[in-house]
Structures are given as C-alpha cells and as structure tokens.
Design a protein around this ligand. Structure first.
Ligand code: ADP
Length: 446
C-alpha cells in the first residue's frame, strides 16, 4: 500500500475526517463561489445545518451543464495566479469542461494515483509504460506524476505510433503498462501480427481505464499480454484518473474509491434520491479536499453501485465497474441498453475475439442493432480460414452459422433485444489508436 495509514483508516475515523472536510468545504464555497451561494440560497440550504457527512444529501447536485455555464473559471476558489495547471475533460460527450488545480491539488492527484498504481500491483523501481494521452486530457500527465511519486521510472510514450510502443516495450522491458483497455487490445493484436511472443516483453501489470470494460476484455488482455489487468477509474472534474482503483489481488470485487478525498454516493437517475449499497444508479462525487476548483455532489452520469467489502485490510468503499454513461445508454425499441451488456455475452464464446461494434440504424419506425464481432485467429485457423473469410464463406460454413445463431439467441435471452449478428475476421473491426474506443455507431439521426 502506498499510504497504509489512510487506506486502512477505521471507518469511524474516516467519517470524522470526511465530516470535517465537508463542513469546511461547504463554508468555503458558499463564500467564494457565486454559483454555490446562489444555488444554496435558491434551494434554501442553510449551511449551518451541514454538520457531518451524513448531511451531504441536503446539498443540491452540480451538473456538467453548470460547469459549461461557468466556463472557464466560474468555479474557482483561488485567484488565477495560484493555479498550477489547467486541464480539460476529453469532451467525449460535447463541449469540453475546464478543470484547474492548485499546487496542493496536484499533490493530492499524485497521491491518489500513487495509491492506485500500488493497489494495481506497481512497485517502486518498476518501469511504467504510460500510453495514456499527454496533453489537456488528465490521463497521461496525471498517471505520470503519480507513478513518479510512487518511485517508478516513467516511460512517457503517450498514445499512438504502436510500432514505437512495441519497440519500447521490448527494449525497456517495462513491467507496468497504463492505457485504455481497448488500446491494450490493440498492442496485443499488433504483437501477434509481428509474430512476437509475450516472452519478448516483461509486462506484469496492466492498469487500465478511461472507458467501460468487462471481464471479457480483461481475460483477453490477461491472456494475450500475460499481465494482471486492473481497473482504474476517474474523471477530470473530480481530479482525473485515480479516483478509484481495483486491487490486483482482489480482482472482480470492485475498485476502492479513495474516499478521504472523493466522497461517493449512488443516486436514482430520475429522482436523485440516494440508493442503498449494492443498488445501481448514478455515481455522484464530492471533492472533499480539492482546493482550486472543488465540486459538491457532482453528477458523473456514470452508472454503477457501491459496497463495502470487509474482508480486506483497506477500509475504503468499493465501486462496481461502470456499466456505461447514462448519456451513452441506447434506447432500443423502448429497452435500455449499454454496450457492456452485449460484451458480457461474449464470455461464453472462446471462438470470438472480444473486439466489437454495435451499429444502430432505423428500419422504418423500428430500431435495428447489428452486432459486429471478430472471431479469433485460432478458431479461424482451425476452420481453414487463417487468412480470413468472406460473407459467402460464413453462409456456407456450418460452424460459423451456428455460432452467429447461438450468439443471436444468447443476446436476445440475456439482454432482451433481438439483434443481428455479423461475424468479422480477426483484425477487421477498427481498433483503438490510443484513446477511448467508440463501440457504438448510432446512425439513427444521420
Ligand atoms: P470525458 O467525459 O470527456 O470523456 P474524461 O476524460 O474526464 O472526460 O473521462 C471521464 C469519464 O471516462 C468518466 O466519467 C467515465 O465515463 C469514463 N471512465 C473513466 N474511467 C473509466 C473506467 N475505469 N471504466 C469505465 N468508464 C471510465
């Protein structure tokens, strides 16, 4: 553990710390951020009544639209000359939002990233191949300083130029890679294409995030890169990557939210009412310690659940993997759909490579979804299609026909929607070039 004292702090002490921090924060923003003063006054929030973390639900939410309205510096609580850095969100869902950090905020950022990397298996002295994008996006630089703080050697490769990435992975023998899960898949694919074996690399841990992924992709990456792959989560508005992290020896049980800094809640997506542990809803964060641009009850739009796992020495709450963003949720013939639900169905199919796209179109008045998914090379070779197959081959080959029919049925049974399935050859579907991969192509309004 990077910070054992805090990571294992008994819950009563954690609550006390959170309460002190919340009271202090609420008083500070009421005085210093006109947006919050107006919002509290309009909603009848009496700040003297916010006395502990349990009062947090009395505060209104902050939404992404509020950040856009206050663009660029409306939420600052420090003079601009006290800012040490400015980042933007990657703008995946519209106009980017600005986030600003004081020197103290950057220390917190590095601290939580260092904690996260250590939980993901990284150790001082290891080399970290950092393929997150450097620049305005918080991923690259955020991970970089956290890794340095942990005592790692950072290779700041950033995104793209996969050839060079592979060469550096071979030459430097980095033990840890940080990137999006879809880019880890790209690296594995390119290794295979070059007939390189995983023993040419020295990777042990992959700390992956910035986009939703499931155990299906985890397994693919762990098998192809011979790593332990864990999930890192974060968003620019709250700090960047390192808001939560899965421990490498507790895979599949959720990611620790560093709740001494970021207080999480899960609320009902329609009513905003807090939901009990274990129930799925919208994740909301309050930045308890951020100095320059703190946010109260920030509505992330990410869907997950929270729960405590008392079987481990870390005491902080865990969040489940993100099912998707509420704004990325497709509504297909009245049924809600996240692409991760389809991804999970691939688990049953060892013949498939989990690289896929959902193409959504309109057919008359009805929505139509086509699931395009690749078969894996081994299976293709087994069928005698090592160099790929054509549409005609699929129609003629009983094994291919039976897989696509079975998949169609499984999707219908699990997700509750009929979708068409098209098998694609290995390597045919566009791959991540470093950033967040778009798995949904929604052509309904084009
Ligand atoms: P943008 O919202 O423009 O993409 P960010 O680059 O700050 O801005 O990305 C933050 C968002 O990325 C999160 O709100 C979430 O939707 C997604 N994200 C980040 N990490 C993960 C992860 N480990 N799993 C799923 N989604 C993630």
């Amino acid at each position: 553990m990077f910070n054992k004292e805090i990571e294992t702090l008994p819950l009563e002490k954690l609550r006390k710390l959170q309460s002190e921090r919340l009271v202090n924060l609420v008083n500070r923003v009421y005085k210093q951020v006109p947006f919050y003063k107006n919002q509290f006054d309009e909603n009848g929030v009496d700040i003297s009544k916010i006395q502990s973390i349990d009062d947090i639900h009395k505060l209104p939410f902050t939404k992404k639209t509020d950040l856009r309205d206050q663009y660029p510096f409306g939420f600052l609580t420090v003079p601009q000359d006290k800012l040490a850095r400015i980042h933007c969100s990657s703008g995946t869902t519209g106009k980017p939002t600005v986030v600003a950090y004081s020197k103290k905020d950057l220390d917190i950022f590095s601290e939580v990233v260092a904690r996260s990397l250590a939980a993901g298996g990284a150790k001082p002295g290891m080399k970290m191949h950092n393929s997150y994008g450097y620049g305005l996006f918080t991923g690259g630089i955020g991970i970089h300083y956290g890794a340095e703080k942990l005592g790692m050697t950072v290779v700041p490769v950033s995104v793209g130029m996969t050839d060079r990435q592979i060469r550096l992975l071979q030459d430097f023998q980095s033990e840890v890679i940080c990137c999006t899960p879809s880019y880890a898949q790209t690296i594995a694919f390119e290794l295979e294409k070059r007939n390189l074996s995983i023993s040419d690399l020295n990777l042990k841990y992959a700390i992956l995030g910035a986009e939703p992924w499931t155990d299906v992709i985890r397994k693919d990456i762990e098998d192809s890169l011979a790593v332990k792959a864990t999930n890192i989560y974060g968003l620019s508005e709250i700090i960047g990557p390192g808001v939560s992290q899965e421990a490498y020896n507790e895979q599949g049980t959720g990611s620790y939210v560093w709740e001494d800094h970021f207080y999480p809640e899960v609320v009902d997506k329609d009513t905003g009412e807090p939901l009990p542990y274990g129930e799925e809803g919208v994740l909301v964060f309050t930045t308890l310690t951020k100095e320059a641009m703190p946010f109260l009850r920030y509505w992330t739009n990410d869907i997950c659940s929270l729960s405590y796992d008392e079987s481990n020495s870390r005491t902080h709450i865990k969040m489940s993997t993100i099912k998707g963003r509420a704004d990325d949720m497709l509504i297909i013939r009245g049924v809600n759909l996240f692409h991760t639900q389809v991804e999970e169905v691939f688990k049953e199919y060892k013949q498939l490579a989990p690289n896929y796209q959902l193409i959504v179109t309109k057919e008359g008045l009805s929505d139509r979804v086509e699931v395009k998914v690749e078969t894996n090379l081994e299976f293709q070779q087994e069928l005698g299609y090592g160099n790929g197959f054509t549409k005609e081959d699929i129609a003629k080959n009983t094994k291919l026909v039976s897989i696509s029919n079975k998949l169609k049925k499984n999707i219908k049974d699990t997700v509750g929607l009929s979708m068409n399935v098209t098998l694609n050859c290995y390597g045919e579907i566009p791959k991540s070039e470093g950033g967040k991969l778009k798995r949904i192509i929604d052509l309904r309004n084009s």
